[in-house]
Ligand binder design. Structure first.
Ligand SMILES: [Zn+2]
Length: 379
């Protein structure tokens, strides 16, 4: 598609120059020059000599609206084809021209910033986007790419400021704002600047009270201050908002809360969360903590329930196997486990296309995704 558009460009140029021709009919000399330049440029483009075409086009003495528009399309196509240097040359030329309208200049500056970004020259892109925002405060188009640059540069405060003009959806905006504050908090925590951590976290909490990341960072702040029971309270709050967090937190929790009474409290917190909302994916963390506090046998009914009635995944079955091997009769456990494994195996695709990776439950001679013959194999 891109190639077709690229080949159509000469027509667009022709149309632009034709308009210029009509407007300047009285000026015979200029018209002759425009026509000659047009033919030269098109010839170079068709002969795949884009640099020579660029030279000819960029020497155009004046720009009308259509020609400027065509230049912008050409520049975008160069960038999309990975020819960033050509795009840069064209957009730099456009931005420097005195005969652009305000609108054209804004579009050209935005395109120039995107070229620098595509070329990996983040500081140059940043400076162009900032210039655009400063010169045309009502133009917010540069806010999104500029915010992404600050994300890459880990300049979270600047990214935070740009969320207002770059994210329309309110939920998405407050989520991002909270993440930018949390990134700053993690850096401040590493430097042990706890007062600033507290300030940033309170701000994040007021913006997005349901953020699990904010709750876990409050827990980390409490730990840094030696307030261990407060830390546990915050971890619990985070788990209430999102149980899936447990699998990533469990290692940290078991490293931090090592005292028997703390482990017991931790087990009670996680166990009550599991009872409130049983999610089989919590089993590995739950069993790890139960065994840590010597409550191994108390989870046997939960494990039996899982193996007999729930599907789970490879991780939950592996954890159930480990658990049963230490807590119950091995023969009965093996039979229960093999039934659960069989159930899980029936849900997994047995075949895969060697050409495109498409997975299937039944063997077919021709892959339904890439239409290759004889490419389906058992996996
Ligand atoms: Zn295939």
């Amino acid at each position: 598609m891109l190639e077709i558009l690229f080949l159509l460009l000469p027509l667009a140029f022709y149309s632009g120059w034709r308009t210029a021709y009509k407007k300047n009919r009285s000026n015979q000399t200029a018209t002759t020059e425009v026509s000659t330049r047009l033919v030269q440029g098109i010839n170079f483009l068709l002969n795949e000599e884009p640099d020579k075409a660029l030279d000819v086009f960029l020497e155009a003495p004046s720009l009308d609206a259509q020609t400027a528009e065509t230049f912008l399309v050409l520049g975008k196509m160069f960038r999309n084809r990975g020819e960033v240097n050509r795009a840069l040359r064209l957009h730099q030329h456009l931005v420097a021209r005195p005969d652009l309208t305000n609108n054209q200049r804004q579009v050209a500056m935005l395109a120039l910033g995107e070229d620098f970004f595509a070329a990996g020259l983040l500081d140059r892109a940043e400076s162009v986007f900032n210039e655009l925002i400063k010169t045309y405060p009502k133009n917010t188009a540069a806010c999104i790419p500029l915010r992404r640059i600050y994300e890459q540069l880990r300049e979270w405060e600047k990214a935070f400021i740009l969320t207002e003009c770059s994210v329309i959806d309110k939920t998405e905006r407050i989520r991002l704002m909270a993440h930018y504050l949390c990134e700053q908090v993690e850096e401040l925590l590493a430097k042990n600047q706890l007062f600033q951590v507290d300030e940033k976290l309170k701000k994040a909490l007021s913006i997005y009270p349901q953020s699990v990341r904010v709750q876990t960072l409050f827990a980390e702040l409490a730990l840094a201050r030696g307030e261990r029971s407060a830390a546990l309270k915050y971890f619990r709050q985070a788990l209430m908002y999102d149980q899936r967090l447990l699998s990533s937190l469990v290692k940290r929790l078991l490293t931090v809360f090592t005292q028997p009474i703390e482990l017991q409290q931790l087990y009670e917190v996680i166990n009550s969360e599991y009872r409130r909302n049983p999610d089989v994916k919590m089993l590995p963390a739950l069993t790890a903590i139960a065994q840590e506090v010597g409550q191994g046998s108390s989870l046997l009914p939960v494990i039996h329930q899982h193996l007999q009635h729930e599907l789970g995944n490879v991780q939950t079955l592996a954890c159930s196997a480990r658990y049963l091997s230490s807590e119950s009769d091995t023969k009965a456990a093996l039979s229960e486990l093999s039934l659960a494994l069989g159930r899980l195996a029936n849900t997994l695709p047995r075949f895969q296309c060697a050409n495109c990776g498409y997975k299937l439950h039944e063997y077919v001679w021709r892959c339904p995704a890439c239409h290759h013959w004889d490419s389906v194999q058992s996996q």
